[in-house]
Design a protein around this ligand. Structure first.
Ligand code: OMP
Length: 242
């Protein structure tokens, strides 16, 4: 069968493998789940890597905006939660201006401080004000959807209107069960996806550059059968289509 993912996605996956951004082993996730794979966005720290991921984020946002022209979907500020969201927000808006300056030339970026500054310009926020603005959050990886909650409350407190969320990787996982949260393992109950819960909670689109499905597909195309099997096994246990 022909691969169902576009070449730019398999190229990005190859780059992530070559730079150990995507690695295999035994990882304990924030949710407590044990994963055979891990995606580390902190390692997009070299010129050609940050260029690749910021281009992919920008392309994903631009494509979504163009596909939702009728609803006039767009945004004024890209908010990158500290710390990992900061370079992502800055480099992605720069790439957006490069794609279509008429559409994106006035878009801003903003980020929060982890410690509130009590001198100089002061405050919690740096960059564009969120007040009265349409805001998109840019983040790295979504598993259970807990990391994104802090960003949502900051936007609310700053008087912004959330209109979208973009992440590099949607791990396509089910919500953790109550027993998992207590560290007692999955109780086998049927639950929806973490991303679906965030969509429902916020009412906004959650865009992803890559999904676990894309990664599996891309690596299958590279003949990396061993790792594909590990990811499929994990998907069997914790995955959802969403
Ligand atoms: P949730 O808060 O469960 O959605 O997990 C998202 C966070 O987990 C990310 O912001 C990362 O800090 C971390 N993470 C990764 O960076 N890469 C992964 O492959 C998996 C996780 C994770 O712990 O789930």
């Amino acid at each position: 069968a022909p691969p169902s993912i576009p070449p730019w996605k398999s190229d990005l996956i190859s780059l992530c493998l070559a730079s150990n951004i995507l690695t295999f082993g035994t990882f304990t996730l924030k949710s407590g789940r044990q994963s055979p794979y891990f995606f580390n966005c902190g390692l997009f720290s070299r010129a050609r890597l940050i260029r690749a991921i910021s281009s992919a984020y920008a392309q994903t946002l631009d494509t979504y905006a163009k596909e939702h022209e009728e609803e006039k979907w767009g945004f004024d500020v890209l908010f990158g939660p500290a710390y990992k969201g900061i370079p992502l927000a800055a480099t992605t808006v720069e790439k957006l201006a490069g794609i279509d300056e008429t559409r994106w030339g006035e878009v801003g970026y903003a980020f929060n401080r982890k410690e509130v500054k009590d001198h100089g310009e002061g405050g919690l926020m740096v960059g564009e004000s969120l007040k009265g603005k349409r805001v998109v959050v840019i983040d790295d990886v979504m598993t259970a959807g807990t990391a994104i909650q802090e960003a949502l409350s900051i936007i609310q407190a700053q008087g912004g209107t959330l209109v979208g969320i973009i992440i590099a990787v949607n791990r396509q996982e089910k919500m953790p069960s109550a027993s998992e949260k207590e560290g007692k393992g999955d109780d086998g109950t049927v639950r929806g996806s973490a991303i679906g819960a965030v969509r429902k909670q916020t009412g906004v689109p959650v865009l992803a550059v890559l999904t676990l499905g894309d990664i599996i597909e891309g690596m299958r195309g590279m003949g990396r059968d061993q790792e594909v099997k590990l990811m499929e096994g994990y998907y069997e246990k914790y995955g959802t289509e969403d």
